[in-house]
Each structure stands twice: as C-alpha cells, then as structure tokens.
Design a protein around this ligand. Structure first.
Ligand code: GLA
Length: 375
C-alpha cells in the first residue's frame, strides 16, 4: 500500500485518553461529517489506547472492552465506514500498550488478521514495553509484513517518538508515518519544542512515510487529557497548525470536535493551508532565514510552480522579516516578480519585485503563497 499524502483525521487520545466508548466514537463520526471536517480531508477516525479488555481470548485474539464497546469493533467500523470515513485503532510493538493493555509483541500476525476482519484501515503502533533485547526496527518491520499480508489495506502509523534514531530506519519498515517526537501537550512551549526538533530531521520526511509531529492540540483550550489551562492563545494555535501543515505532518485533530469554537474551526478548516500540507509534489522545505532568537522563514515549492513562504516567529517579540528574492533563487536575470497571497488573511498582498518585508507578532506565523509572474 502506498500513501501519497499526509493522513488527516481525528484521534481520541489528546482529549479523551481512557474515556472512550462506542457512543463517543459514533458522535465524533457524525460530527466529522456534519461539521465539514470530512469535506476538508479529515477522513481517518482513530481510537487510541485503552479500547481492549485486559486479557486476550483463548485463541490469543485481542478483545474489545465489553462495557465501552458492547457491539464490538466490526460493528463500530461498519458505522464509521457508513459515514464515508476510515477506521483506525491502536496497539504497541511491546508486551503492553503505554496504558497497560495487551499489545502486539509476538502477536503481530494474529493481530493484523483480527484488525483486517474488523475492517480496520489504520493502525497506530506505539513503542512502550518493548522487550529490551529486541530491536525496534525489527518489530516495526514484523508488523509491516503482517499488515502487508493481511489481505486489507491498513496504514501503519509508527509511534516510537523519534527514539533510537527512528528517522534512520523507519522507511525500511513498511510504516506510512512515524512519530518524530515525544508527546505534545496543550502549551506553546510544547509546540516550540517539537518545531525545534524538526530543524534537525526535516530532510527525512517524504512521500510514502511521513514525519508525524503528533496529534494537534488546536482548540483544546485546556480541556482533556493533554489540556493545560490558559497555555495557548488562538494565535499560538494558528502557528501550531501553520507549522504542521507547512512541514507536511499528518494532521490528526486531538480536540473535541463536538464542542468547537468558530475560531478553532476556522483554523482546522482553512482549505488553503490544508492544500499546502496535501500538495501533490510533497517537496521538502528549506530554511531561508534562521534567526538566533528562534524566528524563522522557510520556503516550500508547490506542485503547480508556486512557492510558499512559512514565517514562524517562536520568539517572544515581534519580528520584521525581509525576504530577498535572490535568496530564493529569483535574481533579476529571471525577469519574474512575485504575486503574494496571505493564506490566513485570505487576501492578496499585491505584486513585489526583488524584496518583500513583513512583520510577524510574537508566537505568530504567516503562510504566504507566491505565484511567479513575468515583469
Ligand atoms: C504514547 C503515545 C501517545 C498515546 C499514548 C497512549 O504516549 O505517544 O500518542 O498514544 O501513548 O497511551
């Protein structure tokens, strides 16, 4: 199975952790459709940890928690599919999941078969309780093989948090996306930490095996499992979404979409920003200006010939950014100027020759899409 664009969807962990059940998942499925998320591209609904009984059955198969999921996973997957969505579930390469439920070590093939029977389309595979003597790459490869031979297309979402230099071996495993950092929390400092880690590994992202910067916290507003009171402003959530979209990370919503503010929805459903994330060419960005105060400008080429400028001001002060077109390869000899469009303001900024200067507030961002036009 080949995955050509960063997966998009919703995941239960950030808000609900162990507080999941069939009704919640069905309500989320309904909202993903009714509130326009599916139409924007969010099509995977993923149940994270804490969905199973504590013991496997006599055949060694995982068993859904009878109280939380009384009708089992097949019926739930059928419901999710009936909405036009895809269904995801969670396990670990180790003996237990991170929350202590049975996991897939030495049950890889039987679990892949079970998931296929249930109609699972996506497996998030975590890294907890890995036997020390075992090589992580080997375990992801084993599950990669199990899924590739289970008779159903199932996306493999590796979640080894960047440990053991994940970026060096993950593309050999059959994983379609891989977590590059530890767990996000609902705070700007967490967004900044994850962003800074990307500076050392962004070259390893690529089509078919996407660098997953973790589930989104946009709109959590302090509520839920990784929620932190008064830790993020709307501007900071916008910066978070801008970074994840620009770097081509999978976009998995982690907030409660049943109770979303219009500001949150406007961020998560900005189709022009999502289009950058989902761009068919999936080119690697490059750093144009990296300032010591952690305020940076990046550039990414789009499939249709446009360029996107990503301004990420992680510093605590407003910053003015001059971008000289010579630095992006467009010197005078090219005879082109840039027609600029602000993807958050959703407005044209006009046409510019040689240089464009703009300011970005503290913890703010800008995504500006540039079209090349003849002078
Ligand atoms: C790890 C993962 C999280 C989440 C939890 C579940 O911490 O990184 O994303 O899946 O486990 O226990």
């Amino acid at each position: 199975m080949i995955v050509t664009k960063p997966p998009m969807g919703w995941n239960s962990w950030n808000t609900f952790a162990h507080n999941i059940d069939e009704n919640l998942i069905k309500e989320i499925a309904d909202k993903m459709v009714d509130e326009g998320y599916l139409e924007c591209g969010y099509d995977y609904l993923v149940i994270d940890d804490c969905w199973s009984e504590l013991k496997r059955d006599e055949q060694g198969r995982l068993v859904p928690d009878h109280v939380k999921f009384p009708n089992g996973m097949k019926a739930l997957a059928d419901y999710v599919h009936s909405k036009g969505l895809k269904f995801g579930i969670y396990s670990c390469v180790g003996n237990y999941t991170c929350a202590g439920y049975p996991a897939s070590f030495e049950y890889e093939f039987i679990d892949a078969e079970t998931f296929a029977e249930w109609g699972v389309d996506y497996l998030k595979l975590d890294y907890c309780y890995k036997p020390q003597s075992e090589d992580g790459a080997k375990l992801y490869r084993r599950m990669g093989l199990a899924l590739a031979n289970c008779g159903r297309d199932i996306v493999l979402s590796a979640c080894s948090w960047g440990a053991d230099e994940t970026h060096r071996w993950i593309k050999s495993t059959g994983s379609h996306l891989w977590r590059s950092t530890g767990d996000i929390v609902d705070c700007f400092s967490s967004i900044r930490d994850i962003y800074n880690i990307q500076k050392g590994i962004y070259e390893y992202n690529g089509q078919g095996c996407f660098n997953d910067m973790d589930m989104l916290i946009v709109g959590m507003g302090g509520k839920g499992h990784v929620g932190r009171e008064n830790c993020c402003t709307t501007e900071e959530y916008r910066t978070h979404f801008s970074i994840w979209a620009f770097f081509g990370s999978p976009l998995m919503i982690g907030s409660d979409i049943r109770t979303q503010t219009p500001e949150t929805k406007a961020i998560l459903q900005n189709k022009a920003v999502i289009a950058v994330n989902q761009d068919a060419a999936y080119r690697q960005p490059y750093l144009l200006t990296g300032r010591p105060d952690n305020a940076d400008v990046w550039v990414r080429h789009m499939e249709n010939g446009d360029i996107v400028l990503g301004y990420f001001n992680m510093s605590d002060n407003e910053v003015g950014f001059p971008v000289s077109f010579t630095d992006i390869g467009l010197n005078r000899s090219t005879g082109v100027k840039l027609r600029l469009f602000d993807l958050w303001e959703m407005k044209s900024l006009g046409e510019f020759e040689d240089i464009f200067v703009t300011g970005v507030p503290a913890h703010g961002s800008k995504l500006i899409r540039a079209r090349l036009v003849k002078k």
